[in-house]
Design a protein around this ligand. Structure first.
Ligand code: ZN
Length: 116
């Protein structure tokens, strides 16, 4: 499989516990578009999760991460990134206090969680 994404490596998205990686290239493509606009690195904090790892981090049972359709990330322009993500067509969950964003390529949903 070839990943022609300028600013992401396939390994950025592998499961933190076992290295398994079933990330969907569609979401990497969408993140690359954001990255090109933001012009700062997007740091992936959680990409694909195997079921065991998803349970370990308290993820939802039907988490989009387990299906390889979700990525959590941060960057140095998090507020600007969150504004851009208002146009994200899938799921977008912003955690302003913790300065990270969950994006997925499921149906369109919006959340903001004000926790530190
Ligand atoms: Zn794992």
């Amino acid at each position: 499989m070839t990943y022609a994404f300028q600013n992401f490596k396939y390994s950025d998205f592998c499961c933190k516990c076992c290295g398994k990686n079933l990330i969907d290239s569609g979401i990497i493509h969408r993140l690359q578009v954001l990255r090109d606009i933001l012009c700062v690195p997007i740091i992936v904090t959680s990409g694909y999760r195997c079921e065991r790892h998803n349970r370990a981090v308290g993820g939802a049972t039907d988490s989009m991460h387990v299906r390889g359709l979700a990525v959590d990330w941060t960057c140095s322009k998090i507020e600007e990134a969150a504004k851009l993500c208002e146009n994200w067509s899938g799921g977008f969950h912003y955690y302003p206090g913790r300065k990270f964003i969950h994006t997925d390529i499921g149906r369109k949903r919006r959340w903001v969680t004000w926790i530190i």
